[in-house]
Design a protein around this ligand. Structure first.
Ligand code: ADP
Ligand code: MG
Length: 322
């Protein structure tokens, strides 16, 4: 059945079941003119939005509706994590073609509800319109953070370590593999593709890191771009040791077109975190969930990449919309 036959209200009926996963903060969810939410007590409210557009951010033949729904919310939760916060509520606006299968939307919402359940986030509203153009999916997210835990892009000090969560580059490598539209993918290739279509926002690690990090950013546009954002916002010089940039086993195993480190530096959509911290061992470091890749050094703002005895400026190349 096409969406046209289900109609706007039929669609919203399907959407509105099972949307509340942390009920204590919701007075009114989907079904009224606006959601009514209890604001966090003694905390800052975080508010962010991120949009996905068909044929710019995704194509319907390389991502399932379920994963697309999951990812639309994941990229938003990542922005809240990058502020050291916990996501609480989302609203979703979408522009859809009338001939799209209704199952596309129901499966997409299953993906959205899966991630909402995982992180205890409520889906409290949205807007649905038709379009003759590409599918547009927008999410706006609310979150909360104690003021003392707030992580801005500025705040790093000379001598701080620069660290990242998990591994980088997997998503960009997965994207490249997907676009080859192979009939069969190896296990390593499938792991990279999964990192691309179903990224995990680092909400859990962010909570631990927010206790000691001095600045933080999420890695949505590649390490080169994001480290430069930290350098610019914090007016600091960062030195990154190329050999320390963490790559996954899947990345090492897969055969790819480019130098593997380039996916980490100039790829995107990893949704990991880059942050600065005082130089000391921490539990997350010992557990191997974070890797120190460099440090904040004295000097003019900028990022430098050390490769053996060579050091070069690392420019903020990466995906840019305009
Ligand atoms: P209004 O005309 O007041 O904007 P709508 O008919 O657009 O109301 O929406 C009815 C209810 O359904 C509202 O609570 C709205 O937040 C919710 N809603 C509409 N579209 C979506 C969507 N895509 N995802 C989640 N909730 C939605
Ligand atoms: Mg509306």
């Amino acid at each position: 059945m096409a969406i046209r036959e289900l109609g706007e209200f039929g669609l919203i009926d399907v959407i509105q079941e099972n949307t509340i996963f942390s009920p204590e903060s919701v007075v009114v969810g989907i079904g009224d003119d606006a959601a009514a939410i209890r604001p966090p007590k003694d905390k800052l409210e975080l508010f962010a939005t991120d949009m996905l557009v068909e044929d710019i951010h995704f194509t319907v033949d390389t991502i399932s509706p379920h994963d697309l729904g999951y990812k639309t919310i994941a990229v938003n939760l990542s922005d809240i994590a990058a502020m050291g916060g916990r996501p609480t509520q989302v609203v979703i606006s979408m522009a859809l073609r009338p001939d799209l299968e209704a199952s596309f939307v129901t499966e997409m919402y299953q993906g959205m509800k899966e991630i909402c359940r995982e992180f205890g986030v409520n889906l409290v509203g949205g807007d649905t319109v038709s379009t003759r153009g590409p599918i547009v999916l927008n999410c706006a997210v609310l979150g909360e953070v104690a003021e003392s835990r707030l992580q801005k892009r500025s705040g790093a000090r000379v001598g701080d370590w620069v660290a990242v969560t998990n591994t980088l580059g997997d998503s960009a490598a997965g994207c490249e593999l997907l676009l080859k539209r192979k009939d069969k993918y190896t296990e390593a290739e499938q792991a990279l593709i999964k990192a691309h279509v179903k990224p995990c926002p680092q909400v859990v690690l962010a909570k631990a890191l927010a206790e000691y990090a001095t600045s933080m950013n999420d890695v949505s546009d590649g390490l080169a771009s994001e480290s430069n954002e930290l350098a610019k916002a914090g007016n600091i010089r960062i030195r990154i040791d190329k050999a320390k940039i963490p790559l996954s086993d899947a990345m090492r195993e897969a055969s790819l077109d480019k130098d593997k480190i380039d996916y980490a530096l100039y790829g995107g959509e990893d949704y990991q975190l880059i942050f600065t911290m005082p130089p000391k061992e921490t539990q997350e470091l010992i557990d191997g969930k974070i890797t120190v890749i460099g440090e904040v050094v004295a000097g003019d703002a900028g990022v430098f990449l050390a490769d053996g005895d060579k050091t070069e400026r690392l420019l903020p190349k990466g995906y840019q919309h305009f």
